[in-house]
Ligand binder design. Structure first.
Ligand code: COA
Length: 376
């Protein structure tokens, strides 16, 4: 195999065809089923965008009402899932608990082994609805708050906010939480989505592919960046401390979480621009200095490394101002991205070709076998 065929990390490699999402770098737009994702996130509901992501068109009023009412109906989770979460170690990261919960949900889905497009769509709706409940339960149960049942009279994101914080959001919080949550819904072949597609290509069940996506999301180079960015902003605590703090990270040759992106190498992530505005609005409303700290860190990173912030850099501090516990930031990302993951799994399985690339072998060949008792 020639070396030209090899691209480390599959950088710039087209690894699948898809009609779900693309990152249009020339026009600086994330295209979701033909629409501008950032515009959708700020103009409509999560449910509207989830329907679009899954089914490929914006729902008409009847489709919307039916979809939202099915999601509400599916929200509750079986008691066996609650029991599994109760049995897990209290120190487990909520994402570990979510993987266990999804594995348990699989055992209770009557259509688990049916990978037809129709069954995959039905399972996707159930998983989208239940993963929000699992997200909150994965924090509430180990923290001694018990299983907080979903409220079926609230929209998807306000219900998630309620299950996490124990109170319904005010109008400003509800808008900012829903908009930032919807920004996460889909982003082409991010490593978690790619993992889901690769696993789905063996024609295993949708839940298995979702578990692989959750595992990928847990990594600091992907979903955990929002959690780590929030911790960093809290520790910096004032714009004057930012330079020293960042320099210390760079001197250790470590990465500053929330900066850089494999695809947006020469410009800012379009979602980050909008989340920056939201952070300004929320910081002003809550009398916080987070916006000033974040702006200072951006200046420093641009001067020292010529790197731009990504969406996680803003969403971490945004969620902190909303009163959301830090360990839930990545699980919340998952609760949104599940619509993208399941859409990709359904698309992959509807027109499947097994992923089976080759490796460029760099190990030895032609070694002579030595029996065990003759080895040094
Ligand atoms: C997202 C990320 C994994 C992309 O990585 P990548 O495409 O492999 O980028 P590269 O490793 O090629 O980085 C290019 C250069 O920028 C540096 N760099 C990239 N991101 C950096 C960061 N966040 N902090 C400091 N330096 C960074 C690299 O060290 C490298 O420098 P070098 O050429 O001197 O070695 C990387 O930017 C990163 O780790 N960011 C922090 C985690 C994060 O925010 N993840 C969320 C992504 S949405």
């Amino acid at each position: 195999m020639s070396s030209q065929q090899y691209s480390p990390g599959l950088e710039n490699v087209i690894a699948a065809t898809s009609s779900i999402c693309t990152l249009d770098l020339e026009r600086h737009v994330i295209v979701l089923r033909g629409y501008n994702l950032v515009e959708l996130a700020t103009k409509t509901t999560y449910e509207d965008v989830a329907y679009l992501t899954l089914y490929g068109h914006l729902p008409n009023r009847r489709e919307y009402m039916e979809f939202t009412s099915r999601l509400r109906e599916y929200r509750d989770i079986p008691k066996e899932v609650v029991e599994i979460l109760e049995k897990m170690s209290r120190d487990s990261h909520p994402l570990l608990m979510m993987k266990a919960a999804v594995a348990t949900l699989a055992a209770y889905d009557p259509e688990l082994e049916d990978n037809s497009l129709e069954a995959n769509f039905r399972k996707a709706e159930r998983i989208i609805a239940k993963l929000a409940t699992v997200t909150a339960a994965a924090y509430n149960i180990p923290n001694g708050r018990g299983y907080i049942r979903p409220k079926n009279d609230l929209p998807h994101t306000s219900n998630l906010f309620y299950m996490i914080t124990g109170r319904e959001p005010n109008d400003l919080e509800a808008r900012i939480f829903e908009q930032s949550f919807t920004m996460y819904i889909e982003h082409e072949l991010a490593v978690s989505t790619f993992a889901a597609r690769v696993v789905a290509s063996s024609m295993t069940d949708m839940y298995g592919a979702v578990i692989s996506a959750l595992a990928a999301l847990k990594g600091p180079l992907h979903g955990r960046a929002n959690e780590m960015a929030a911790k960093m902003i809290i520790e910096i605590s004032s714009p004057e401390n930012a330079e020293k703090y960042i320099q210390r990270i760079l001197d250790r040759r470590e990465r500053v979480m929330g900066f850089g992106h494999r695809v947006y190498r020469r410009g800012i992530d379009p979602r980050a621009e909008k989340c920056r505005e939201m952070l300004k609005e929320l910081s002003d409303a809550k009398g916080s200095n987070y916006y000033e700290i974040v702006e200072r860190v951006v200046e420093i990173m641009q001067a020292k490394k010529n790197l731009y912030p990504n969406v996680d850099f803003y969403i971490g501090p945004l969620y902190h101002l909303l009163g959301i516990p830090i360990e839930l930031y990545t699980p919340i990302f998952a609760a949104s991205r599940i619509a993208g993951w399941t859409a990709h799994i359904a698309e992959q399985q509807a027109n499947n070709r097994l992923f089976r690339p080759r490796a460029r072998y760099e190990g030895p060949r032609d070694l002579k076998f030595i029996p065990l008792d003759e080895r040094e």
